[in-house]
Design a protein around this ligand. Structure first.
Ligand code: PA5
Length: 469
């Protein structure tokens, strides 16, 4: 069998299926092709000029070599591997683990190919406190991977400071060298300084690659490799998709079609983009996509500096779970959404449904059927129901879930995001709006030098009891 593939299916956005009011006519698709084709060429030019360095990660030879060497050193030396990071420094790690390792990986030693994995991407004291209680007598068998390009991110810094103190107290000042790996900028930044001063082992966050585009770098690859995921397969999948996404013929380029269809629907007033995997393994990859799409495309200004306030709102749902939560709204609420289903042809394992209880012969039709058939039938049924109500639906079909197809998916949506950035005429690689919140947090936490900001926040920080009921 050849390499497993993913494919984008776009018939169910066409006017022939859902009518001309909500569907895309062939003429409109041809217009989208004309408009997008030069942007594919432009993106290819930007790549050659070194402006989209994430696109070259699948070809990097040093990163996978360094990651594998580190993973080999770590695997035998720990029972637990803990990632401390947030946003682009965490979501890819979580997505890869959920997609490519068994559901009960952390609980069942027989299903694990490496240490248990925990990813902390918050500063919730209840959550972290519970983990600290559990890990405090296992620190010598636990490796912490602190991931931060800057090292100034308050959440990651706070988690790191809690853990460093605990490790030093329990295992001695020198233990950080053994128990901690820092993934950060090669030359500068707070975490680089900390790592150098403490003599930590380090891996590099590549220069010119934003957090949300960094999963195929040491940022996402180390925890994956440590936990037995085939990182060569991931990168091979990404390379295969790179060929398809570099294709300047619009109709052969899945990223171009995906970006253009999304852009078209945004302009038609469908501002919500729902990703709905019918596979628990792909649940967290839609979370990864949610950040990529929102942080990249939600912008106040276009590249000429004109105020535009654009950005589709990504929403995740899970099939079949959210059929019993969201689908009522999706069918009968406003027709303001584009749906992207993720569907798997062959699951890595299946479960056969048992016999129907004698008193419930009406359940007999399910007996003996593979559960995957039910899951995929529910996807088709939901799509059928949505199409009945003229809701546009895309599907990404996975032959199966493996490192290669997950690598393809990641790369497809990264390039889709870049092309959507060109269509929306905004910079998809910055996130200026996130910065104000970061600075306000520093002020609220009394960071020296932030007094002016603290003054500005005071009216919001003070609860006005007149409005409290
Ligand atoms: O995509 C991004 O750039 C962000 O989500 C960052 O990854 C996130 O803010 C964490 O930043 P840092 O790696 O500097 O801690």
């Amino acid at each position: 069998m050849g390499q497993q593939q993913i494919q984008l299916y776009y018939k169910n956005v066409m006017a022939d299926v859902i009518g001309a009011e909500h569907g895309i006519t062939q003429t409109q698709l041809d217009e989208l092709a004309q408009m997008t084709a030069p942007l594919i060429a432009e993106l290819n030019r930007q790549r050659r000029a070194g402006k989209t360095r994430y696109r070259d990660l699948p070809y990097h030879e040093d990163y996978p070599r360094q990651v594998k060497a580190m993973a080999d050193a770590v695997r035998g030396a720990c029972d637990n591997f803990v990632v401390l990071g947030i946003g682009g420094s965490a979501l890819g790690n979580i997505a890869l683990q959920t997609a490519l390792n068994p559901y009960l990986y952390n609980l069942d030693d027989r299903q694990r190919k490496g240490p248990r994995l925990f990813v902390f991407d918050n500063v919730d004291p209840h959550q972290l406190g519970s983990f600290l209680d559990w890990v405090s007598d296992k620190l010598d068998k636990t490796i912490f991977n602190v991931i931060s390009k800057s090292g100034r991110t308050a959440e990651t810094a706070a988690q790191m400071m809690v853990l460093f103190e605990m490790i030093e107290k329990k295992l001695g000042a020198d233990a950080l060298k053994k128990q901690v790996i820092a993934t950060t900028d090669a030359n500068e930044g707070t975490l680089r300084q900390i790592a150098d001063a403490a003599g930590l082992r380090t891996l590099e966050v590549p220069d010119g690659v934003g957090g949300r585009f960094s999963v195929l770098s040491p940022v996402g690859l180390l925890s994956a490799a440590v936990c037995g995921i085939d990182i060569d397969g991931l990168l091979a999948g990404a390379r295969a998709m790179d060929k398809r996404c570099s294709e300047e013929d619009f109709f052969k380029n899945p990223a171009a079609l995906n970006a253009a269809i999304n852009w078209h629907y945004y302009n038609l007033g469908k501002h919500i983009s729902v990703m709905m995997p019918y596979s628990h393994s792909l649940k967290d990859i839609s979370d990864w996509y949610r950040q990529l799409w929102a942080e990249s495309l939600g912008k106040t200004h276009d590249v000429q500096g004109k105020q535009v306030f654009v950005g589709p709102t990504p929403v995740n749902a899970l099939g079949t779970t959210d059929q019993h939560s969201q689908v009522q709204l999706y069918r009968e609420g406003p027709n303001d959404k584009l749906f992207t289903f993720l569907q798997v042809a062959a699951f890595n394992r299946d479960v056969v449904i048992g016999a129907a209880p004698e008193v419930a012969p009406e359940l007999g039709f399910l007996a003996g059927q593979p559960m995957s058939r039910l899951l995929n039938a529910e996807k088709t049924a939901t799509e059928y129901a949505l199409l009945h109500d003229k809701r546009p639906c895309l599907t990404v079909f996975f032959d199966g879930i493996c490192a290669e197809t997950v690598g393809q998916f990641i790369y497809l949506f990264e390039v889709t995001t870049s092309l959507a950035g060109l269509l929306f005429n905004i910079d998809p690689y910055d996130q200026p709006a996130v910065e104000l919140g970061k600075d306000a947090t520093f002020a609220l936490m009394d960071k020296p030098g932030t007094e002016a900001m603290a003054e500005k926040i005071r009216p919001v920080a003070k609860i006005d009891k007149t409005f409290l009921i």
